[in-house]
Design a protein around this ligand. Structure first.
Ligand SMILES: Cc1cc2nc3c(=O)[nH]c(=O)nc-3n(C[C@H](O)[C@H](O)[C@H](O)COP(=O)(O)O)c2cc1C
Length: 147
């Protein structure tokens, strides 16, 4: 059973809600999932898991969600060789067409830079997250099957 850590950063709970559904999909795919708010997570523990799933919303004009910034900076120098990874997050295409869900792209790039292998396309949710709960679970299942 693959050991997966799902770490999310969320300001208005949208990513947190999506995380529950992604985690449900991962569990359906027989992964052993630990879900953590990024404020309770430590970069060093990433190496304890087979796979890493990040959930992060985009703020400002294309920035990572505030709580994720410190964690992201702390990843400098870490090796994630051999780890599998995937990233999801909500955003708003209408108001931020030029920076829609760029937090997902930033985290994908950094995971690859540190040696992790992306096992699924980033899952980006536009606008209200509730209609995407089912898709979030399906995406989690897809990630689990790729581990
Ligand atoms: C001030 C502000 C800036 C935002 N900037 C972006 C952005 O650059 N790109 C984007 O896709 N969404 C942007 N959003 C939309 C949020 O990412 C979206 O509301 C998301 O669902 C918030 O998720 P969270 O509650 O998990 O933090 C912004 C929203 C606000 C209020």
């Amino acid at each position: 059973m693959a050991k997966v850590v799902l770490i999310y950063g969320s300001t208005t709970d949208n990513t947190e809600m999506l995380s529950e559904h992604v985690a449900a999909g991962l569990e359906r795919g027989m992964a052993n999932v630990t879900v953590k708010n990024v404020t309770d997570a430590n970069v060093k523990e990433l190496t304890d898991y087979d796979a890493i799933v990040f959930g992060c919303s985009t703020w400002g004009e294309g920035d990572l969600q505030d709580d994720f910034v410190e964690f992201y900076d702390a990843m400098d120098g870490i090796s994630l060789d051999g780890k599998k990874a995937a990233v999801f997050g909500p955003g708003d295409k209408e108001d931020y067409p030029d920076s829609f869900c760029t937090a997902v792209d930033i985290l994908e790039e950094t995971l690859e830079k540190h040696g992790a292998k992306l096992v699924a396309d980033g899952f980006k949710v536009d606008g209200e997250v509730e209609p995407a709960f089912e898709d979030a679970e399906a995406w989690g299942l897809k990630v689990a099957k790729a581990l």
